[in-house]
Design a protein around this ligand. Structure first.
Ligand code: NAD
Length: 374
């Protein structure tokens, strides 16, 4: 009841915000893009992995119209205690990594958001599916396409949704560029450039441990350029070439890529040229070129604000908290079968994993690797 009351309060507040925008702060207005009807259901979510991004998602959920954080799964009892008091989570909705299969007997949790190190996603999502709960999983969905496909299959068998945390698929300036491209304002698309990177710190973190990460910068940040190339160009690549550079083989051990440049070839000769690195800061840039126009976004995939210029002027869509909008939209996908402009389902995640597998193969062999994403 409390969930529903809270939700209805938020719903009417957002309706007011939309009715009288002049009197409302930008954040209240822009985070309420999803107009929620009185009968909309609230998605009750448990977060698995209470680390840095899990905390960001938990905070963002507090502003959701139709998502509520109701549970946690963690191996650290002190974090569970903190989250119980911060987010008013009942003890009966708290689990650890050994006992969370029991979530199947908990009718108060609809979905589990897996926000743990990459290599753990596969088994955790499969267990969530077997417990009959919807799975939301962070990027990269797994550490190989084969593992990603096993997750898709398990969720299909269990009859639950599998959604990947592709927050950019709901970001307003990104969606505006996609609209421009679809409406032909850029003409025929010819070229995309995606540059993604940062200088990684602590050498002992899981991101630099191949067993937990499945790779280096590519799994973590290069995936934004891969995914961005696909949604910006609006086609699937048919081949890839790639080259690796390593300046510190002590920090970036075997299987952990430091810097990879890669090229994706699309049907009709469109090319994407991308860079993924753990060795350069301030690298978050997309550029799209068409026969009639262009778009330059920087930052293009950070937490925001996303900024950009086009041949027709600056991008001026509302600034949102990405994770708040993502979660409200995911509730609509789960409950109403809403089709997002760019998919966030498991199959979408597998396509990116196939490209990552092919990039690693291209680095190893020096060959052009063919892709079949259909
Ligand atoms: P983090 O290190 O801050 O948190 C990871 C959490 O997993 C910690 O709470 C840790 O205790 C827990 N964990 C469980 N089992 C573990 C194990 N065996 N070893 C290490 N930690 C274990 O990492 P993060 O930055 O929150 O990243 C988590 C996931 O979220 C990754 O898949 C990452 O790619 C993704 N992520 C996505 C975004 C985005 O913008 N979509 C941003 C950051 C991270």
């Amino acid at each position: 009841m409390k969930t529903r009351r809270l939700f209805l309060q938020k719903a009417s507040l957002s309706a007011m915000a939309l009715a009288v925008p002049a009197f409302n702060p930008l954040s209240a207005m822009t985070n309420s893009m999803n107009i929620v009807s009185k009968d909309s259901e609230v998605l009750r979510v448990a977060i698995m992995g209470l680390g840095s991004y899990g905390t960001r998602v938990a905070e963002a959920i507090q502003d959701c119209n139709r998502v509520k954080l109701v549970g946690v799964i963690s191996g650290t009892p002190s974090k569970v205690e903190d989250w119980k008091s911060t987010y008013n989570i009942p003890a009966k909705n708290c689990y650890d990594y050994d006992n969370f299969d029991a979530i199947k007997d908990n009718p108060d949790i609809d979905a589990v958001y897996v926000i743990t190190p990459n290599a753990l996603h596969k088994d955790q999502v499969i267990r969530v599916a077997k417990a009959g709960k919807h799975a939301i999983c962070e990027k990269p969905m797994a550490i190989s396409a084969e593992d990603g496909q096993a997750m898709v299959d398990a969720c299909k068998t269990a009859g639950v949704h599998l959604l990947i945390g592709y927050r950019m698929h709901f970001e307003p300036n990104t969606l505006e560029v996609i609209r421009m491209r679809k409406d032909g304002e850029l003409g025929e698309i010819r070229f995309f450039q995606g540059l993604c990177g940062f200088v990684i710190g602590d050498p002992t973190q899981w991101r630099l441990d191949r067993i937990l990460s499945g790779g280096g910068a590519m799994m973590d940040i290069g995936i934004y350029a891969i995914n961005g190339a696909r949604y910006m160009i609006g086609e699937e690549p048919i081949w890839v070439t790639a080259q690796e550079v390593k300046t510190d083989s002590e920090k970036f051990k075997e299987g952990i890529d430091e810097t990879i440049t890669f090229q994706l070839g699309f049907p009709n000769g469109v090319i994407a040229s991308c860079l993924s690195t753990y060795n350069m800061n301030n690298l978050d840039r997309f550029y799209l070129n068409g026969s009639n126009g262009w778009v330059e976004m920087q930052p293009s995939t950070g937490y925001g604000p996303i900024e950009g210029q086009t041949h027709a002027g600056p991008l001026t869509e509302p600034i949102v908290t990405h994770q708040t909008v993502q979660m409200d939209e995911m509730a609509a996908i789960i409950f109403e079968g809403k089709q997002p402009e760019v998919p966030v389902n498991g199959e979408e995640g597998v396509k990116d994993m196939k490209i990552i597998d092919a990039i690693f193969e291209a680095v190893k062999t020096g060959e052009k690797v063919a892709l079949n994403l259909s």
